[in-house]
Design a protein around this ligand. Structure first.
Ligand code: SF4
Length: 299
């Protein structure tokens, strides 16, 4: 990642300009966050964090020996009806920090020996993340940066992260906008996530993993399979395999459980079946994708 505090401050300043009117993410709410207004993500100018600590539940290439250093940001620019962290994402449980105190969290995770800094749901707080990194590098921070987003990222903001983020780990949640609108409240998810993925891949390429099994740089995509094919898995895999790269590392996730408001939506009130997950894996293979995360393994 960029090691120069001056360069990071300049990028943070560019991201901060996007807060007024706010277009930091594709929702483009237009509120003035610098003046204290709040948009759809529910977070103002200051960073807001729910929790942080070493995390061992991520994909093997991110965890290493001492865990991935996760920082869970409060608020979200999506509103998924089945979100398992909805008290944080939509209830916005968390604590407002300064960029200096956020930098301290980053340094504490490094001090714990974490493999990387894993920014969970950072899209709407990108300005504060980079501002905090500028402070932290001045104090010796050097961990690789993982951008763990919902995939609804603005290309203009991503361009300001070039050279800062080592591993992009976006969700690609949907292959159709109808499902995205009904289940996450955005009507252009497919185009937005496709443009975001292309930009992420342009910056860092396909996932490169060192001889120690730890991810060095690249894109790692997550796709949560929903019951009844609601996530548009076939379309997602076709896009990844053809428009991005057949070398894309993909975690086809089977852990969907009905949470939050899922019970209000027909078809979402049950876990997926083994056959549904197998069909999703077949769709990935049919699209030429050959680097699929499997339980207990990097591949
Ligand atoms: S970052 Fe928040 S306020 Fe800004 S456009 Fe996105 S949802 Fe709206």
């Amino acid at each position: 990642m960029l090691r120069s505090a001056d360069a990071l401050r300049e990028r943070a300043s560019g991201l901060r300009e996007m807060l007024s009117p706010c277009r930091l993410c594709p929702n483009a709410c237009g509120v003035d966050r610098l003046a204290g207004e709040i948009g759809r993500c529910g977070v103002g100018r200051s960073p807001r964090v729910a929790s942080y600590g070493p995390h061992f539940g991520e994909e093997a290439p991110l965890v290493g020996d001492r865990g991935s250093g996760a920082v869970f940001f409060a608020g979200c620019n999506l509103a998924c009806v089945y979100c398992q962290n909805w008290t944080i994402s939509q209830g916005r449980e968390g604590r407002d920090l300064t960029e200096e105190s956020l930098a301290e969290l980053f340094l504490r995770l490094q001090g714990s020996g974490c493999t990387n800094l894993n920014l969970v749901s950072p899209t709407h707080q990108a300005h504060a993340v980079v501002g905090a990194l500028a402070v932290a590098v001045g104090e010796g921070f050097r961990l690789p940066i993982v951008w763990n987003s919902g995939g609804y990222d603005a290309v203009d903001a991503l361009r300001l992260l070039e050279g800062i983020v080592d591993v992009y780990m976006p969700d690609v949640k949907y292959g159709t906008n109808g499902a995205a609108e009904r289940l996450s409240g955005v009507s252009d998810y497919v185009e937005v996530s496709q443009h975001a993925l292309a930009e992420m891949h342009r910056q860092v390429g396909s996932l490169a993993i060192g001889a120690d099994g730890v991810a060095r740089r690249g894109v790692l995509v997550r796709h949560l399979v929903l019951p009844g094919g609601m996530a548009g898995t076939v379309e997602v895999m076709e896009f990844l395999g053809t428009a991005i790269s057949s070398d894309t590392f993909v975690n086809v996730m089977d852990q969907y459980r009905p949470c939050h408001r899922a019970g209000e939506f027909i078809g979402l009130g049950r876990p997926i079946t083994g056959e549904e997950h197998a069909a999703a894996l077949r769709a990935a293979a049919d699209a030429g994708l050959h680097r699929l995360a499997r339980e207990g393994s990097a591949w």
